[in-house]
Design a protein around this ligand. Structure first.
Ligand SMILES: Cc1ncc(COP(=O)(O)O)c(C=O)c1O
Length: 401
């Protein structure tokens, strides 16, 4: 079990603002057109350009068309890059837009990807069903072999891809070990940091080359938009630029504005999510109707030690496995009064979903079983409400299930 208090922050070195300051300030460059503290929404598809267009474009001083770039999108991308300590960032129409753009633009026929078996369901289906059609082979790493990831790497490996903590099993994986395996092979490491958020974990500081976010979740934080982001090394992101513009997975400026607004409170929200989730874990760690409580670090001593090393807080996601399988899980959902039964996560409001019927429904029952996803698993996205109300709601729903 981890601290219930928000982690004490280290003093920032002079000149390096802390995370909350970076979250509030947003992009490095404010919008100077009218001196607005809150940057405007450039809700336009196209831009007036100077007659000498080619010259202005070569100097990077004009925008042409929003699918190719827009100042509101640049602001959002810079803000996320700043939170992750990245050289550069790009935003996308969704988390899957970000994942498909980076995979399709960096891989070629004959290349191999090494991926952790436990990824978000649509990431699995993209790797399993789409990439092989383009001659790209995926080597899957089961969770129990994660610390030996280097063994799966071959001279064809171009990219390694994992999430930690995993969705929905909340296992913790050694990001530095994966980064070393990538570095030794001359490949790059892509980490989906959606669950942890930049408040709790910074994969780039542990050696990752690119970090991906479903900004739909904690970064925006209010369950009111769909967005994605890639941040990391400029040389890798540069490879994604042309293809993602052509694929058209461009974020809408209004969504980028809402995302910027949401990110200002990321630090305070995530510390409250951490605090409330820990309260729920503590309360239900031994309950007669629950067979397992999954939370980062709880799987084993080794994972607890790893989580302590690479995370500052454990996050707001908790999975409960109820006795009685799917019918009991359905009764649990039907009896919630505060927590919404809904898919997605990372918003201020608590949500409950059944991975077998939502995030991992595309996998066969056998594939789910191999990943430890039980039919009675309820994934909770613990919000920022009063912890006591959430505990009472879960207890009531369990009593009825
Ligand atoms: C961990 C994780 N990665 C990626 C995604 C995909 O993001 P989006 O729904 O924004 O496309 C999700 C969505 O639930 C997710 O949970």
């Amino acid at each position: 079990m981890t601290d219930t208090k928000p982690p004490r922050k280290k003093e920032s070195p002079p000149g390096a603002p802390g995370l909350d300051t970076r979250a509030v300030r947003g992009a490095a460059e404010p919008d100077y057109n009218a001196g607005a503290v809150v940057p405007p929404i450039y809700q336009t598809s196209t831009f007036h350009f100077p007659a000498e267009l080619s010259e202005a474009r070569s100097q990077g001083t004009v925008h042409l068309y929003t699918r190719l770039g827009n100042p509101t999108l640049t602001q959002a991308a810079q803000a996320i890059a700043s939170l992750e300590g990245a050289e550069q960032g790009r935003v996308y129409a969704s988390g899957m837009g970000a994942i498909s753009s980076v995979l399709l633009s960096t891989l070629r026929s004959g290349d191999e990807v090494v991926a952790l078996e436990n990824l978000y369901g649509n990431s699995v289906t993209f790797l399993r069903d789409v990439l092989p059609r383009w001659g790209i082979h995926v080597r899957w790493v089961p969770e129990e072999e994660s610390s030996e990831v280097a063994r799966s790497v071959t001279d064809r490996t171009k990219l390694l891809f994992l999430e930690s903590p995993t969705n929905p099993t909340l296992r913790v994986h050694d990001l530095s070990a994966w980064a070393k395996a990538a570095e030794d092979a001359g490949a790059f490491l892509l980490v989906d940091n959606t669950f942890a958020t930049p408040v709790n974990q910074n994969p780039l500081a542990l050696g990752a080359h690119v970090v991906m976010h479903s900004a739909t979740k904690y970064l925006s934080g209010h369950s009111d938009l769909i967005a994605g982001a890639l941040v990391g090394k400029a040389e890798v992101l540069a490879q994604t630029a042309n293809l993602s513009e052509t694929l058209g997975a461009t974020l809408d400026p209004m969504a980028a504005f809402l995302l910027l607004r949401g990110m200002k409170t990321l630090g305070v929200r995530v510390r409250q999510h951490n605090h409330n989730a820990e309260a729920v874990v503590e309360e239900f760690s031994s309950h007669p109707k629950i067979t397992n409580v999954l939370y980062p670090g709880r799987f084993s001593e080794k994972e607890e030690e790893l989580a302590r090393r690479q995370m500052r807080g454990r996050g707001g996601m908790v999975s409960l496995v109820v006795k009685g399988g799917l019918p009991a899980a359905h009764r649990f959902l039907a009896n919630l009064r505060v927590i919404h039964p809904a898919s997605s996560l990372g918003g201020v409001e608590s949500l409950a979903s059944l991975p077998a019927e939502t995030s991992h429904r595309q996998l066969s029952a056998e594939e789910r079983a191999r990943r430890g996803i039980d039919d009675g698993m309820i994934r909770l996205s613990i919000g920022i409400e009063d912890a006591a109300d959430l505990v009472a709601d879960i207890r009531h729903a369990l009593d009825q299930s």
